[in-house]
Ligand binder design. Sequence first.
Ligand SMILES: Nc1ncnc2c1ncn2[C@@H]1O[C@H](COP(=O)(O)OP(=O)(O)OP(=O)(O)O)[C@@H](O)[C@H]1O
Ligand SMILES: [Mg+2]
Length: 306
Amino acid sequence: MGAACDAVALMPAPPVTVPRATLAADASCRVGYDLAPARGAIEINNLSIIFGQPGKEFLAIDRVSFAIKPGEFICIVGPSGCGKSTILNMVAGFERPTEGSVTLDGVAITKPGADRGMVFQQPSLFPWKTVRANVAYGPRMAGLLDRDAYCLADQYLEMVGLAQFAGNYPKTLSGGMQQRVAIARALVNRPSVLLMDEPFGALDAQTRAMMQETLLRIWADNKTTVIFVTHDIDEAIFPGDRILVMSASPGRVVLDIPVTLRRPRSTDISLDRLFLSIKKRCLEIIRREILSAFERQAQASESNHS
Ligand SMILES: Nc1ncnc2c1ncn2[C@@H]1O[C@H](COP(=O)(O)OP(=O)(O)OP(=O)(O)O)[C@@H](O)[C@H]1O
Ligand SMILES: [Mg+2]
């Protein structure tokens, strides 16, 4: 990476979302990042989603409404099957609302777009491409010259601490390293929203803790809006500005709780009294939701047998 790297100035995204880390990496960037309005505001209004064919409909999401401010880090938790991934897929543009609306910066989301980056539980990298080529893929598809796309990829690989593995193939990296490549690949397109669906769910506890800290550091540098889905309450409280707790299916938001813990945060914040009280509240509600789902299932199976 060096002064010759002018890819940043060529990228089509509005300037406000240019990561500070990128600007720091290349002093030649000519970007007026403080002039444009912030991006990444999401509004979900009265959203319901019904899956299945007529006569066999299944209500997955039931009149969910919430708004997310640009740059907010929102975590969604809730029992399995409550619709967390469905909401992410909706914001990603993979699904369409049955009722209600989902907007990004005031515009209805109707399809996937480069303004939203997605990171899944499995890194889903191209196995035949090097790490560098995986990260450069998005910018190349956006029309950057190869030279600029690879230069940008190098900057983002440096941001996730993997610059020295740029020439490796994904299978030669650990799960945590692959997931860092996936994060770099999502961020290199400079999305206004980063959608993360249990991104660290497949990692061991130590790698997971390290990844949580890495993500928080990257977010502090980028200030992209993040929607982070997890089953792990600690993992939600640690980075989050807010936690949304969903009911058992059909999914509704039953708690929207701010996390006002000081920043920057390190893992020892999990001993803080506020952290523990938020955790207790979330766990109580999730437990209540799981129990009520079990009761409903038991009643349904009884009425089927009678
Ligand atoms: N494309 C689809 N067609 C039919 N049903 C679907 C579809 N996608 C999701 N569902 C159903 O909608 C419900 C919510 O699924 P979703 O994957 O969003 O849950 P989740 O909260 O992410 O669960 P988990 O925590 O296990 O990942 C589930 O009952 C699921 O079977
Ligand atoms: Mg899911």
